[in-house]
Design a protein around this ligand. Sequence first.
Ligand SMILES: Nc1ncnc2c1ncn2[C@@H]1O[C@H](COP(=O)(O)OP(=O)(O)O)[C@@H](O)[C@H]1O
Ligand SMILES: N[C@@H](CC(=O)OP(=O)(O)O)C(=O)O
Length: 451
Amino acid sequence: MRGIVSMNDMEETQACIVCKFGGTSMADSESTERVAEIVKSNPLRRIIVVSAPGKTENSEKVTDLLIECHREIEACGKCDQTFPLVAARFLQIATDTKDAERELAKIKSQMENSGQYDFCVSRGEYLSAYFFAKRLGFAFIDAAELIRFHRYDGYDSKESEKLCRAKLKNGYAVVPGFYGADETGAIVTFSRGGSDITGSIVAGAIKADLYENWTDVDGILNADPRIVENARIIPKMTYGELRELSYLGASVLHTDALVPLIKNRTPLQVRNTFCMSKRGTVIYPCLKEPEKKPVTGIVGKKDILVLFIHKIGMNQQKSIVRKVLSVLEYYGVSFEHMPSSIDAVNFLIPKSSINDAIRSAVLSEIKKSIRPDEIKFIDRLSIVSVVGRNMYQCVGVAEKMFAALAREKINIRMIIQGCRELNIIAGVDEDRYEDAIRALHRAFLEEETPS
Ligand SMILES: Nc1ncnc2c1ncn2[C@@H]1O[C@H](COP(=O)(O)OP(=O)(O)O)[C@@H](O)[C@H]1O
Ligand SMILES: N[C@@H](CC(=O)OP(=O)(O)O)C(=O)O
């Protein structure tokens, strides 16, 4: 029986749980021991995906150290300065020092011989899984044998799922997150935070009954705790909601990790490695419930750049938007939202994805291409959003949102409603961003009873 979340039910049905433990959980020998206890406390936890050790008080994330190693190798062919810092992290974690020294020396020389960026930065996950498999007495299965990329086409879901099913159907295994290999055997990594993606690919492929994503917070909070003091854990939500929340800043889980889970209808539970008694947040493909709260969480993003284009009669000239999009595509600029009116269109672009040179190239190419009446970049905008699966059937959400912002004298510079009616987004001045998040949290979520 699939799709159940009660632990007791799952034990009776002999279901399989795929667990992913992030860098915060794998950071040192003490937390790794805690992770081992979690795994062993439930025999259904069969497939364990791990990240490289994360940041500690005295050290950077191992992945960042490995990036530095690669820089050193490029400069002088060796990584004698930085690799000892990596080795020290793993020597503290590994249970068999002699074996660890051998393995670390081997990896260092492979890194120096290969010099390939993805190979070097992925070795944190490789070593983390290798040592953790030994600690648990589970098999170590290299992600290069499971996750397939194509040199030019990127990730290959069909082939990866086939490999995962063939190699992980039975037994107990630890798998490194974050990377796979292409058809030539060369290592390819996902983007940063990508171990979440490995975990969800594996869970989806083997039709796991549950994907547990273990981290250092009690679950997904209904607002950023750095802005809202009394942000609370959301006990359950749908994938649609999580996608909106994580895309706009609740960055507990990599956004790309959701696709394989949605496709395979695998439930996900976000839990705290350091507080096992908490049930965290459970995310379901869909939820049927009597209670219809319109808003689940408040999120937002700073540093949004708006490309504003105005041209009288734009709505009647069919090729205008296509021409603008081809300029953006040519310069590799991706946008997140595109609100439009009869004579104007805005493209909301994350500031980090565009530099000054590209900004001016984009402006001059669009001017040449469509001869707008006005075109400019607007800086210092941020977006805030209310997200909720039930808002499409509740009256008054927009009114409450705008009233809450008006009460704080926050000027709304733009309004966007997502097509699936899962969210309403308002553009506000960057210096009012935190005030806006707090105002919306107060209006929609503060009367909630604690979970
Ligand atoms: N809405 C939110 N709810 C919970 N955590 C959040 C939220 N937004 C951001 N975070 C941050 O996400 C972090 C967990 O993700 P990450 O650092 O990738 O962990 P890991 O190393 O376990 O993969 C938390 O420590 C927390 O600071
Ligand atoms: N270690 C990689 C991949 C990863 O997923 O890490 P974490 O689970 O600690 O976010 C990174 O730092 O990006």
